[in-house]
Every structure is written in C-alpha cells, then in structure tokens.
Design a protein around this ligand. Structure first.
Ligand code: CP
Length: 306
C-alpha cells in the first residue's frame, strides 16, 4: 500500500505520525545497500539539494551530501555565514529565496530556534530542519529510531534513558516526542540545571505519556536497554561558569556498563561523556548510528524531493 505523507517539510518531529515514522524506517532498511555503495541508484538524478548551514556540522551535513550523491543528485550550499553574502548583510529571507531559485529542497541549520519554520513559510521548496538552536533536530530522531529498530527489531517495549543536557539538547527534544508515540519507558537523566524543558514535559503529560526524571545515572543503568547520551551544549550557556560547574557530570565508561544488557547511543560529537574505552565494546552503537544517517536521510530525500 502506498503511504501518503501530509507534509512537504520536516520542521519538527511533532508533524509526523507514528505510521509516517514506521514507513520511513522501512524505506531506510530498503536503502541500506545503496547507502553502502553495494547497489547504485539514480532516483534523484537531476535534483539539487541546498545546504544552508550557519552552525558547525560534521555528520548532518556530510550524511545529507552523501545521501543525495548516492541517489544520483547533487548538493550546493555553504557551511557558515562568512562565505555567503549574509556576511555583507543580506537577510536570511533573501538568502533562502536564492536557494529556492537554485534548488529542489533546502536543509537548514541555524542557532536560532524557529528559523527553519520561518523559511518554510516564505519559500516553496521542501525545507528540512537540520537543527535550530536548542529547538529540534527531527531527522536525527528518525535515524536514532532507525538505529534502535535495527538493533532490537522493535521500539515498543524498550526502556530508554536520555542522558545529559536535556535542556539545550535538540536531539533529545525531538526524540522525547517521537518516543512518546511508542510504548516505551522513558528516563530523563540530567543535572537539575539541565532538566527536560517544562513545555515538553507538559506536552507528554497532556498525551498521557509517562516518564521518570533522575539525577543519578547509577540508578538507571541496570534498568534500561538504551543509554542515549548527549553532550553538554557549551555554546548555549549564557554563563561559562555554569557550564564549567556541570561539564563532565556524567561519564559513561566501561566500568559503569560492564555486564549490563544495554547499548550506548550518542548523536555525536562527544566531548568526554563517553570514555574511549567503550569504543571497542559491544555497547558502542554511536558510530553505527552515524552511518545510519545515510540510509535514513536517503529515505527522507526520496520522499520529499521525488
Ligand atoms: N548529530 C549531529 O547533528 O552531528 P553534527 O553536529 O556533526 O551534524
């Protein structure tokens, strides 16, 4: 059966229903061989994707570019405002209009929450929010769910802890909403200064979605199937002293998780929150998670640019 999406943009994960997410995960599975270059595809031949990045990125930018190229399409764009005419004072609205003239779709990362939504209201090509400040990062969430499904063959029934900077971390904001569509047990583990924002907690409660809040990581490592660890978002702190007080609060190392029945995920980049001694263990799923961005973003691009 053909699945019908009711959206042309991906701005927030809240725009997607569970059946949309399940469908796109299934599509990503079908694209694994193309993602690994074991099969070729010309599905997006002739299409051009615009990349408008105002904040640094390794995985999101490179995996969108790889996805587009593996499907036979091309990318144009910039990776900071210094090399575009934004540096001469051009508005973001005019800049977006130029991408609309040159591209079939536009991926945007910006430090201000709501910028992708603003642009989606003024241009007529599909817009993908690749991270807007401390807002959301919906395509990261889709690849996170894909990683979980790949590992456990299911999402329902799992116990998942989101750990670290739940206040400023956009990946955990999107992920909390998406996990709320599944029958999972959610644990929010953070210092009290970096709790999940009340707005998100209220939204979950409104939809009768339960969650547990916890400050002590040791209290949950025996309980969960997934430790989804995040970086403390230094760049979002108004006061560096506050950051220094909190950084390195949680460190996942081999000693902490040895013998446990769980996987460790992280959207990356990591600083010190996952010790390198975890890298060569069965617990490490964060590098595979980064690869999974390619089949998932291929599935997204096929859907939006076809
Ligand atoms: N996960 C993620 O968004 O990584 P980048 O900041 O490197 O794109």
């Amino acid at each position: 059966m053909v699945h019908i999406f009711n959206f042309n943009d991906i701005i927030t994960i809240k725009d997607l229903k569970r059946e949309d997410i399940d469908y796109i995960i299934d599509e990503a599975f079908k694209l694994e061989k193309v993602a690994k270059s074991e099969e070729n595809s010309d599905t997006l031949n002739g299409k051009i994707l615009g990349m408008m990045f105002f904040e640094p990125s390794t995985r999101t930018k490179l995996s969108f570019e790889t996805s587009m190229k593996r499907l036979g399409g091309e990318c144009i764009g910039f990776e900071n405002s210094i090399t575009s005419s934004v540096a001469k004072g051009e508005s973001i609205a005019d800049t977006a209009k130029m991408f609309e003239a040159y591209c079939d779709g536009l991926v945007i990362r910006h430090e201000i929450e709501g910028v992708s939504k603003f642009i989606s209201d003024i241009v007529n090509v599909p817009i993908i929010n690749a991270g807007d400040g401390a807002g959301q990062h919906p395509t990261q969430t889709l690849l996170d769910l894909y990683t979980i499904k790949k590992e456990f063959k299911k999402i329902d029934g799992l116990k998942i802890a989101l750990v670290g900077d739940l206040k400023y971390g956009r990946t955990v904001h999107s992920l909390a909403y998406a996990l709320g569509l599944y029958d999972v047990e959610m644990y929010f583990v953070s210092p009290k200064e970096l709790k999940m924002p009340n707005e998100i907690l209220h939204d979950l409660e409104k939809n009768n979605i339960s969650y547990y809040e916890e400050e002590n990581l040791k209290n949950i490592v025996d309980k969960v199937d997934v430790l989804y660890v995040t970086r403390i978002q230094k760049e979002r702190f108004g006061d560096i002293e506050e950051y220094l007080k909190i950084k390195s609060r949680y460190i996942i190392n081999k000693e902490l998780i040895n013998g446990k029945n769980l996987i460790v995920m992280h959207p990356l980049p990591r600083i010190d929150e996952i010790s390198q001694d975890v890298d060569n263990t069965k617990y490490n799923k964060y590098f595979e998670q980064a690869f999974n961005a390619v089949p998932m973003r291929m599935a997204i691009l096929k859907q939006l640019l076809k």
